[in-house]
Design a binder for this molecule. Structure first.
Ligand SMILES: [Ca+2]
Ligand SMILES: [Ca+2]
Ligand SMILES: [Ca+2]
Length: 410
């Protein structure tokens, strides 16, 4: 057998391939009504995602990337793709499409759904830039600069623009090309961590929104306080408060100051979110280890977020304040070998994914009394019979979706 050279002995390079296949079973009760099983895009069994992950390392330079296919949304895109370099065991660099260091690390939500900040671009957001992290005792510091949001993936244009083919919600123009876009963002986060999971931190984010029609940038910023507190060996509590604002934000045409901004993901076009809001989140989980081969553990959880918006919509000359949003996920996860299954009762008021009008005005003004038309617009879209304005629904119903997500992770 040939002797290994010293260089081969020292070779720490590696290449790992992983991924997941997941599908969803869902049954929804939206706006007080439901449909038979199966109904396309409502109640039935759907492919959720097929994804491939690669982690590689050579000469100290690493690569992390993940590509995702979503047959149910006719789209596919990179979730992340960045290079790593460790200066030491306490100093790390990431360059590429990498996670924005904002709020709870690594994630706020316990379920398959995330918490509400995800749907606003403030949880598990990946953008294009550079991040430097260092650890000093129990303190971890992250500083990052993002030139732009992540590049677009591939989608079906009848669902929404190519720009909306992305994993994480970002500010994108309604037509996909002309209007508001994220640019020149800086992030800072400091976290105190103890080995038994206790974590507390502060995050700050500031960036520009560049409007390509007005050739003008306006400021956006966000602040977060978060804490994860183990109440016992099995019970975990997560708390987070976010304040964000886009003062002086222009509409996509670049003409008017508005109280909302368009965000999009999953190739499904854009929806509005309030330009300014406070979002409060609380999550509790209970971990139960079992010996029921092949089942290893159950995690029971409840995640709740409340979004208190600033802003108003003008309907027939009257300024009506934006209606708040609620998001609640009650459920449990089962781990059995490589299979993780989530059983969730997802409930929401003005939650963009829990509605007959997917997206819409849920996160800005709130939905209208008819969910199919934006509030303030003609209810039947027919001018010849005059204007029957869709009023803002100030007490919108609780919408519920039962969801089972079964995934094999390799
Ligand atoms: Ca993003
Ligand atoms: Ca972003
Ligand atoms: Ca009409």
């Amino acid at each position: 057998m040939p002797q290994k050279t010293q260089a081969q002995e020292n070779d720490t390079s590696y290449f790992r391939l992983g991924g997941a296949v997941r599908f969803n079973i869902m049954y929804a009760i939206y706006e007080h009504e439901t449909f038979p099983l199966p109904t396309e895009n409502r109640n039935g069994v759907y492919w959720d995602v097929f994804r491939l992950d690669i982690e590689a390392m050579k000469n100290g330079i690493g690569l992390v990337f993940e590509y995702r296919f979503f047959p149910g949304f006719n789209c596919h895109f990179f979730k992340k793709g960045y290079m790593t370099y460790d200066f030491s065991s306490t100093q790390f660099l990431e360059i590429g499409i990498t996670q924005v260091p904002f709020g709870m690390y690594p994630l706020l939500g316990n379920s398959w759904w995330f918490q509400l900040p995800y749907y606003l671009g403030y949880e598990d957001d990946y953008d294009t830039g550079v991040k430097y992290s260092w650890v000093k005792g129990r303190w971890t510091y992250d500083v990052a600069y993002f030139l732009v949001a992540e590049p677009r993936g591939v989608s079906d244009l009848s669902y929404g623009s190519f720009a909306s083919a992305r994993y994480s919600y970002d500010i994108i123009p309604e037509d996909g090309y002309n209007g508001n876009k994220e640019r020149n963002q800086v992030n800072f986060r400091v976290r105190y961590q103890e080995p038994d999971k206790l974590q507390a931190g502060f995050s700050g984010e500031a960036g520009a929104v560049y409007n390509s029609n007005a050739d003008k940038s306006t400021l956006r910023y966000a602040l977060a306080l978060h804490a994860e507190i183990p109440l016992s060996e099995k019970i975990d509590l997560k708390l987070q408060a976010i304040h964000y604002d886009h003062p002086k934000i222009l509409d996509d045409s670049g003409v008017e100051e508005v109280d909302y901004v368009n965000v999009g993901a999953y190739g499904s076009g854009t929806y509005q979110m309030a330009a300014s809001a406070n979002v409060w989140s609380i999550g509790m989980s209970y971990f139960l280890e079992v010996n029921w081969f092949p089942i290893e553990s159950f995690t029971f959880y409840n995640d709740y977020s409340f979004m208190n918006k600033n802003g108003a919509i003008s309907i027939e000359g009257l300024d009506e304040p934006y209606v708040n949003s609620h998001h609640n996920i009650l459920g449990f996860a089962i781990t059995a070998g490589n299979v993780i299954s989530y059983f969730d009762i997802a409930a929401g008021v003005n939650q963009p994914w829990l509605s007959d009008s997917f997206g819409g005005n849920a996160l800005s003004s709130g939905r209208g009394e008819s969910p199919y038309v934006p509030p303030g617009e003609d209810i039947d879209g027919d001018d010849s019979n005059g204007q029957q304005v869709n009023p803002l629904d100030t007490t919108p119903p609780l919408n519920i979706r039962f969801n089972i997500n079964v995934g094999y992770y390799f």
